[in-house]
Ligand binder design. Structure first.
Ligand SMILES: C[S@@+](CC[C@H](N)C(=O)[O-])C[C@H]1O[C@@H](n2cnc3c(N)ncnc32)[C@H](O)[C@@H]1O
Length: 252
Protein backbone atom coordinates (compact mmCIF):
# COMPACT_ATOMS: atom_id res chain seq x y z
CA UNK A 1 0.00 0.00 0.00
CA UNK A 2 1.37 3.41 -0.94
CA UNK A 3 2.21 5.68 1.98
CA UNK A 4 0.69 9.16 1.85
CA UNK A 5 -2.68 7.95 0.51
CA UNK A 6 -5.75 8.18 2.72
CA UNK A 7 -6.27 4.78 4.19
CA UNK A 8 -9.42 5.25 6.23
CA UNK A 9 -11.18 1.95 6.78
CA UNK A 10 -8.39 -0.11 5.22
CA UNK A 11 -5.93 -0.18 8.07
CA UNK A 12 -6.82 -0.83 11.71
CA UNK A 13 -6.57 2.05 14.21
CA UNK A 14 -3.66 0.63 16.24
CA UNK A 15 -1.61 -0.35 13.20
CA UNK A 16 -2.23 3.03 11.70
CA UNK A 17 -1.09 4.86 14.85
CA UNK A 18 2.08 2.75 14.94
CA UNK A 19 2.82 3.45 11.30
CA UNK A 20 2.31 7.19 11.85
CA UNK A 21 4.63 7.16 14.86
CA UNK A 22 7.26 5.29 12.80
CA UNK A 23 6.88 7.71 9.95
CA UNK A 24 7.28 10.69 12.26
CA UNK A 25 10.45 9.15 13.73
CA UNK A 26 12.02 8.60 10.33
CA UNK A 27 10.83 11.61 8.33
CA UNK A 28 10.46 14.48 10.78
CA UNK A 29 13.20 17.06 10.23
CA UNK A 30 14.64 19.12 13.05
CA UNK A 31 12.00 21.79 13.43
CA UNK A 32 12.64 25.28 14.62
CA UNK A 33 10.47 26.93 17.29
CA UNK A 34 8.38 28.91 14.75
CA UNK A 35 7.69 25.68 12.85
CA UNK A 36 6.57 23.92 16.02
CA UNK A 37 4.33 26.84 16.91
CA UNK A 38 2.93 26.76 13.42
CA UNK A 39 2.19 23.07 13.69
CA UNK A 40 0.52 23.62 17.07
CA UNK A 41 -1.67 26.28 15.49
CA UNK A 42 -2.69 23.84 12.74
CA UNK A 43 -3.50 21.12 15.29
CA UNK A 44 -5.51 23.50 17.45
CA UNK A 45 -7.44 24.71 14.45
CA UNK A 46 -8.28 21.23 13.23
CA UNK A 47 -9.83 20.59 16.64
CA UNK A 48 -11.45 23.96 17.31
CA UNK A 49 -11.98 25.36 13.78
CA UNK A 50 -10.74 28.64 15.26
CA UNK A 51 -8.19 29.50 12.57
CA UNK A 52 -9.64 27.45 9.73
CA UNK A 53 -10.23 30.41 7.47
CA UNK A 54 -6.74 31.95 7.59
CA UNK A 55 -4.93 28.60 7.74
CA UNK A 56 -6.89 26.04 5.77
CA UNK A 57 -9.13 27.86 3.35
CA UNK A 58 -7.51 27.56 -0.07
CA UNK A 59 -9.46 29.86 -2.35
CA UNK A 60 -9.50 33.39 -1.00
CA UNK A 61 -10.14 35.35 -4.18
CA UNK A 62 -13.33 37.35 -4.45
CA UNK A 63 -13.45 36.47 -8.15
CA UNK A 64 -13.94 33.05 -9.72
CA UNK A 65 -11.19 31.62 -11.96
CA UNK A 66 -13.08 32.69 -15.10
CA UNK A 67 -13.54 36.19 -13.74
CA UNK A 68 -9.84 36.45 -12.88
CA UNK A 69 -8.92 35.22 -16.34
CA UNK A 70 -11.24 37.81 -17.82
CA UNK A 71 -9.54 40.55 -15.78
CA UNK A 72 -6.15 39.45 -17.12
CA UNK A 73 -7.55 39.47 -20.69
CA UNK A 74 -8.65 43.07 -20.23
CA UNK A 75 -5.20 43.97 -18.89
CA UNK A 76 -3.57 42.29 -21.88
CA UNK A 77 -5.95 43.93 -24.36
CA UNK A 78 -5.17 47.37 -22.97
CA UNK A 79 -1.40 46.88 -22.72
CA UNK A 80 -0.71 49.33 -25.57
CA UNK A 81 -3.30 51.86 -24.44
CA UNK A 82 -1.59 54.74 -22.66
CA UNK A 83 -2.28 55.06 -18.98
CA UNK A 84 -2.05 53.43 -15.59
CA UNK A 85 -4.07 50.66 -13.97
CA UNK A 86 -6.19 51.39 -10.93
CA UNK A 87 -8.10 49.18 -8.52
CA UNK A 88 -10.56 51.14 -6.42
CA UNK A 89 -11.41 48.97 -3.42
CA UNK A 90 -8.56 46.50 -3.05
CA UNK A 91 -9.17 45.12 0.46
CA UNK A 92 -6.32 42.78 1.51
CA UNK A 93 -4.75 42.85 -1.96
CA UNK A 94 -5.38 39.34 -3.25
CA UNK A 95 -6.62 40.43 -6.68
CA UNK A 96 -4.03 43.21 -6.65
CA UNK A 97 -1.26 40.64 -6.16
CA UNK A 98 -2.66 38.33 -8.83
CA UNK A 99 -3.05 41.10 -11.43
CA UNK A 100 0.26 42.79 -10.67
CA UNK A 101 2.08 39.45 -10.94
CA UNK A 102 0.30 38.82 -14.23
CA UNK A 103 1.45 42.23 -15.46
CA UNK A 104 5.05 41.63 -14.39
CA UNK A 105 5.08 38.17 -15.94
CA UNK A 106 3.84 39.61 -19.23
CA UNK A 107 5.96 42.74 -19.37
CA UNK A 108 3.05 45.15 -18.82
CA UNK A 109 5.08 47.93 -17.27
CA UNK A 110 2.45 50.34 -16.03
CA UNK A 111 1.77 51.97 -12.70
CA UNK A 112 -0.82 50.09 -10.62
CA UNK A 113 -2.69 52.18 -8.05
CA UNK A 114 -4.60 50.43 -5.26
CA UNK A 115 -7.04 52.77 -3.56
CA UNK A 116 -8.92 51.92 -0.37
CA UNK A 117 -9.87 53.35 3.00
CA UNK A 118 -8.17 50.20 4.36
CA UNK A 119 -10.78 50.35 7.12
CA UNK A 120 -13.96 49.39 5.29
CA UNK A 121 -16.92 51.49 4.24
CA UNK A 122 -17.44 55.17 4.94
CA UNK A 123 -20.22 55.63 7.55
CA UNK A 124 -22.37 57.96 5.44
CA UNK A 125 -22.20 55.52 2.49
CA UNK A 126 -23.46 52.73 4.74
CA UNK A 127 -26.20 55.02 6.10
CA UNK A 128 -27.42 55.59 2.56
CA UNK A 129 -27.64 51.81 1.96
CA UNK A 130 -29.58 51.35 5.20
CA UNK A 131 -31.90 54.34 4.88
CA UNK A 132 -32.59 54.32 1.15
CA UNK A 133 -31.66 50.88 -0.16
CA UNK A 134 -33.07 48.58 2.51
CA UNK A 135 -29.75 47.08 3.54
CA UNK A 136 -28.64 45.78 6.90
CA UNK A 137 -26.55 48.00 9.15
CA UNK A 138 -24.03 45.22 9.73
CA UNK A 139 -22.62 46.15 6.31
CA UNK A 140 -20.53 48.58 8.32
CA UNK A 141 -18.41 45.75 9.70
CA UNK A 142 -17.36 44.33 6.33
CA UNK A 143 -13.69 44.85 5.33
CA UNK A 144 -13.09 46.99 8.42
CA UNK A 145 -10.32 44.75 9.78
CA UNK A 146 -7.56 45.97 7.54
CA UNK A 147 -4.68 48.41 7.47
CA UNK A 148 -2.70 49.94 4.66
CA UNK A 149 0.54 48.79 6.28
CA UNK A 150 -0.79 45.19 6.32
CA UNK A 151 -1.69 45.51 2.64
CA UNK A 152 1.79 46.85 1.80
CA UNK A 153 3.45 44.19 3.93
CA UNK A 154 1.42 41.38 2.30
CA UNK A 155 2.47 42.54 -1.14
CA UNK A 156 6.07 42.93 -0.04
CA UNK A 157 6.33 39.39 1.35
CA UNK A 158 4.67 38.13 -1.85
CA UNK A 159 7.52 39.65 -3.84
CA UNK A 160 5.48 42.52 -5.28
CA UNK A 161 7.00 45.96 -4.99
CA UNK A 162 5.44 48.03 -7.70
CA UNK A 163 1.93 48.74 -6.39
CA UNK A 164 1.15 52.26 -5.21
CA UNK A 165 -1.33 52.02 -2.34
CA UNK A 166 -3.39 55.09 -1.48
CA UNK A 167 -5.36 55.28 1.77
CA UNK A 168 -8.33 57.52 1.17
CA UNK A 169 -12.10 57.61 0.77
CA UNK A 170 -12.19 57.11 -3.01
CA UNK A 171 -14.82 59.84 -3.36
CA UNK A 172 -12.14 62.29 -2.14
CA UNK A 173 -9.40 61.03 -4.46
CA UNK A 174 -8.35 63.24 -7.36
CA UNK A 175 -8.32 60.85 -10.33
CA UNK A 176 -6.96 63.61 -12.58
CA UNK A 177 -3.72 63.15 -10.61
CA UNK A 178 -3.10 59.67 -12.04
CA UNK A 179 -4.53 60.22 -15.53
CA UNK A 180 -4.59 58.81 -18.09
CA UNK A 181 -6.07 55.46 -17.05
CA UNK A 182 -6.07 52.42 -19.33
CA UNK A 183 -7.57 49.80 -16.99
CA UNK A 184 -9.76 50.27 -13.93
CA UNK A 185 -11.30 47.72 -11.60
CA UNK A 186 -13.95 49.39 -9.47
CA UNK A 187 -14.87 47.29 -6.46
CA UNK A 188 -16.29 49.55 -3.74
CA UNK A 189 -19.63 47.72 -3.48
CA UNK A 190 -21.94 50.55 -2.42
CA UNK A 191 -24.08 52.98 -4.40
CA UNK A 192 -22.62 56.31 -3.25
CA UNK A 193 -18.92 55.68 -3.80
CA UNK A 194 -19.55 53.86 -7.10
CA UNK A 195 -21.78 56.67 -8.38
CA UNK A 196 -19.15 59.22 -7.41
CA UNK A 197 -16.09 57.43 -8.77
CA UNK A 198 -17.44 56.14 -12.10
CA UNK A 199 -17.62 59.50 -13.95
CA UNK A 200 -14.23 60.58 -12.57
CA UNK A 201 -12.53 57.41 -13.77
CA UNK A 202 -14.36 57.48 -17.10
CA UNK A 203 -13.32 61.11 -17.63
CA UNK A 204 -9.66 60.05 -17.28
CA UNK A 205 -9.95 56.82 -19.26
CA UNK A 206 -7.88 56.70 -22.45
CA UNK A 207 -9.60 55.87 -25.71
CA UNK A 208 -9.41 52.08 -25.94
CA UNK A 209 -9.33 51.76 -22.15
CA UNK A 210 -11.65 49.63 -20.05
CA UNK A 211 -13.46 49.95 -16.73
CA UNK A 212 -14.75 46.85 -14.96
CA UNK A 213 -17.41 47.36 -12.31
CA UNK A 214 -17.72 44.48 -9.89
CA UNK A 215 -21.01 43.28 -8.36
CA UNK A 216 -23.30 44.14 -11.24
CA UNK A 217 -25.92 41.62 -10.19
CA UNK A 218 -29.45 41.92 -8.87
CA UNK A 219 -30.80 40.89 -5.50
CA UNK A 220 -27.66 40.89 -3.51
CA UNK A 221 -25.98 42.79 -0.75
CA UNK A 222 -23.81 44.77 -3.11
CA UNK A 223 -26.38 45.78 -5.72
CA UNK A 224 -25.56 49.44 -5.08
CA UNK A 225 -22.73 48.92 -7.56
CA UNK A 226 -25.18 47.51 -10.06
CA UNK A 227 -27.53 50.48 -9.68
CA UNK A 228 -24.65 52.94 -10.09
CA UNK A 229 -23.39 51.11 -13.19
CA UNK A 230 -26.85 50.88 -14.77
CA UNK A 231 -27.52 54.58 -14.22
CA UNK A 232 -24.09 55.62 -15.49
CA UNK A 233 -24.26 53.73 -18.79
CA UNK A 234 -27.86 54.88 -19.39
CA UNK A 235 -27.05 58.54 -18.63
CA UNK A 236 -24.04 58.54 -20.96
CA UNK A 237 -25.54 56.49 -23.79
CA UNK A 238 -22.95 53.72 -23.29
CA UNK A 239 -23.31 50.03 -24.03
CA UNK A 240 -24.59 48.01 -21.07
CA UNK A 241 -22.51 44.85 -21.00
CA UNK A 242 -22.34 42.51 -18.03
CA UNK A 243 -20.33 39.29 -18.25
CA UNK A 244 -19.55 36.32 -16.02
CA UNK A 245 -22.49 37.00 -13.72
CA UNK A 246 -21.34 40.28 -12.24
CA UNK A 247 -18.68 42.17 -14.18
CA UNK A 248 -20.03 45.35 -15.73
CA UNK A 249 -17.90 46.59 -18.61
CA UNK A 250 -17.41 50.15 -19.83
CA UNK A 251 -15.20 50.82 -22.84
CA UNK A 252 -14.16 54.12 -24.32
C1 LIG B 1 -15.06 43.80 -2.09
S1 LIG B 1 -13.75 44.64 -1.31
C2 LIG B 1 -12.56 44.76 -2.59
C3 LIG B 1 -12.04 43.40 -2.99
C4 LIG B 1 -10.79 43.43 -3.86
N1 LIG B 1 -10.98 44.15 -5.08
C5 LIG B 1 -10.40 42.01 -4.18
O1 LIG B 1 -10.70 41.56 -5.29
O2 LIG B 1 -9.81 41.33 -3.31
C6 LIG B 1 -14.35 46.26 -1.20
C7 LIG B 1 -13.33 47.25 -0.67
O3 LIG B 1 -13.80 48.57 -0.96
C8 LIG B 1 -13.33 49.41 0.04
N2 LIG B 1 -14.14 50.64 0.03
C9 LIG B 1 -15.47 50.74 0.18
N3 LIG B 1 -15.86 52.03 0.11
C10 LIG B 1 -14.75 52.75 -0.13
C11 LIG B 1 -14.48 54.14 -0.32
N4 LIG B 1 -15.46 55.04 -0.28
N5 LIG B 1 -13.22 54.52 -0.55
C12 LIG B 1 -12.21 53.62 -0.58
N6 LIG B 1 -12.40 52.29 -0.41
C13 LIG B 1 -13.64 51.87 -0.18
C14 LIG B 1 -13.48 48.60 1.32
O4 LIG B 1 -12.64 49.09 2.34
C15 LIG B 1 -13.09 47.20 0.83
O5 LIG B 1 -11.74 46.94 1.11
Amino acid sequence: MKTGLRQTGIEGGKAKAERSADLRKTTRPRWSLPMLLYEALYQVSVKTKLFDDPIFSLYKYMFSPNQLIFLTRCLAETRDIPGCCVEVGCSKGRTTAFLRKFMDENGIAKDYYAIDTFSGFVAEHVNHEVEHRDKDRNLATYFSLNKRKWFDYSLQISGIESVRSVEIDATKFDFDRIAPISFALLDVDLYIPMTDVLPKVYHNLSTGGVILVDDCAEDQKWDGSFAAYTEFVARNGLKREIVLEKLGIIRK
